[in-house]
Write a protein that binds this ligand. Structure first.
Ligand code: ZN
Length: 230
């Protein structure tokens, strides 16, 4: 409480604004104003997590049980703006906030007992150093908080130089020339894993990660992303 005046002063000089509409936020709001929060393009995938267009898309690419996306991705839409803020505008707490909100929705749906571990899709180490954070880890942290599930950096991403020159257009788009390895000393055998990323387009990156995780013989791998498009 002692810092209230100082906080008010800071808020006047450096107003904290909504990531979508830029309006100054009230003290009870964080990252998004209440109006924008209520108008997010939330999907209904959590109502049919085992069978939806995301699980359909991944069929044949990897063995996935549930696939979830918080928001519907649309070019120039709200989800794209949020992802841009999160990735390029140094807003790691926005990722945590979106994870918390989605986690609450999944709890309402009774899904919090489905997983033992949350594993974020990693960035290449040099990229994470440049950005200062991994946006998928931020989302994972928020989800973990709401769901009461541990988040583990179980994968690492390195550049596979052998395949660099043989990339096709799709692979370049998804960066699958980069390869994933299991790094964590935590055993994944028999674990129920929720793999988390920021966005799903073709699903190639997520499928690559899930396939690597499957080599560690988990019970199953599910996925959740902030936004997915058609
Ligand atoms: Zn707003």
């Amino acid at each position: 409480m002692r810092f209230t005046l100082w906080d008010d002063f800071l808020a006047l000089v450096f107003p904290v604004t909504c990531n979508l509409c830029n309006r100054s936020l009230f003290a009870f709001e964080s990252e998004l104003c209440r109006t924008c929060e209520a108008s997010l393009p939330v999907t209904l995938f959590h109502q049919s997590p085992l069978e939806n267009e995301l699980t359909q898309k991944l069929m044949g690419l990897t063995d996935i049980r549930m696939a979830l996306a918080y928001l519907r991705f649309s070019k120039r839409g709200k989800s794209q703006k949020l992802l841009h803020q999160l990735k390029y505008r140094n807003r790691p707490m926005l990722g945590v906030k979106l994870g918390r909100m989605y986690g609450e929705l999944l709890v309402q749906q009774g899904l919090e007992k489905e997983w033992d571990l949350i594993i974020p899709v990693p960035l290449h180490r040099s990229k994470e150093r440049r950005r200062g954070y991994n946006q998928s880890r931020c989302f994972a942290d928020g989800l973990g908080e709401s769901l009461g599930i541990r988040v583990v950096n179980g994968l690492e991403r390195t550049v596979n130089t052998a395949t660099q020159t043989r990339k096709n257009r799709l692979q370049r788009w998804e960066n699958v020339s980069e390869v994933f390895h299991i790094v964590d000393e935590v055993s994944l055998v028999g674990k129920r894993i929720l793999l988390v990323d920021d966005v799903m387009t073709t699903g190639a990156t997520l499928a690559a990660c899930a396939n690597v995780l499957h080599t560690a013989r988990p019970s199953y791998v599910d996925l959740a992303v902030i936004a997915a498009g058609r």
